[in-house]
Design a binder for this molecule. Structure first.
Ligand SMILES: Nc1nc2c(c(=O)[nH]1)N[C@H]1C(S)=C(S)[C@@H](COP(=O)(O)O)O[C@H]1N2
Ligand SMILES: [Mo]
Length: 209
């Protein structure tokens, strides 16, 4: 009797019985990052002072319907809210930021990128620029943000309107957004021209090229 049990346990061991593939665990904090509770301000030192009525966004390039959005026109678009984590390439991360604004999906539906559009170039009122693949720009959690935690986005953090693209390092989330330009090839922005990665996925540690 006991021998039967032993034999079957030996067989189980040989067959690897009860072994199931471990779930692929994804830590919330990407490699090399450390968590902060405050919210650092990072930019090139010039923070444009824009009243909402001075703000205007132009959207063009490889699209069927180029568009200019005033602040009032932006308010009339459907609102979108999304909570996400910030990962800055200088190694700080901040969890649970609640953003409100207009989803890039809405913008894309309005301007209709042409089939050959593959990149989106973002230009800002402080002359900053950055480039992202259209696929990343189109993500479900990407928005033109006007509010953070229910409060109007401050000037220091890119108000009145900034991009928020949580799945890439935060340098891709252009503050004081001015132009959104669709292209068929990558055009390096401020940091990309200085050695930063063309895509910038924190999980793959795409800090530099
Ligand atoms: N217009 C503009 N957007 C910008 C920058 C900038 O210098 N100018 N800096 C980028 C960088 S490097 C980071 S880490 C984040 C910082 O955003 P925060 O100041 O709201 O934390 O903004 C990004 N967007
Ligand atoms: Mo940054």
């Amino acid at each position: 009797m006991r021998q039967k049990l032993i034999d079957s346990k030996v067989r189980w061991a040989r067959e690897g019985r009860l072994l199931v593939p471990a779930p692929v665990e994804r830590r919330r904090l990407p490699p090399g990052q450390r968590l902060v509770k405050d919210w650092p301000v990072l930019d090139l030192g010039t923070q444009p002072n824009l009243m909402p009525r001075d703000w205007q966004l132009t959207v063009g390039g490889l699209v069927d319907r180029p568009l200019t959005l005033t602040w009032d026109a932006l308010q009339r678009l459907p609102r979108f809210e999304s909570q996400s984590d910030i990962h800055c390439v200088t190694a700080w991360s901040r969890y649970d930021n609640r953003w409100t604004g207009v989803a890039t999906k809405i913008l894309l539906a309005l301007v209709r990128p042409r089939f050959d559009a593959r990149f989106v170039i973002l230009r800002s009122f402080d002359s900053y620029a950055t480039a992202v693949p259209l696929e990343d720009f189109s993500g479900d959690d990407v928005l033109l943000a006007t509010h953070w935690e229910g409060q109007k986005l401050t000037r220091a953090h890119g108000g009145p309107v900034r991009l928020v693209l949580p799945k890439l390092y935060f340098w891709k989330s252009a503050k004081w957004l001015r132009h959104v330009w669709f292209t068929d090839r990558d055009v390096p922005g401020y940091w990309e021209a200085r050695g930063y990665h063309r895509r910038g996925d924190p999980w793959a540690q795409q800090r530099y090229e």
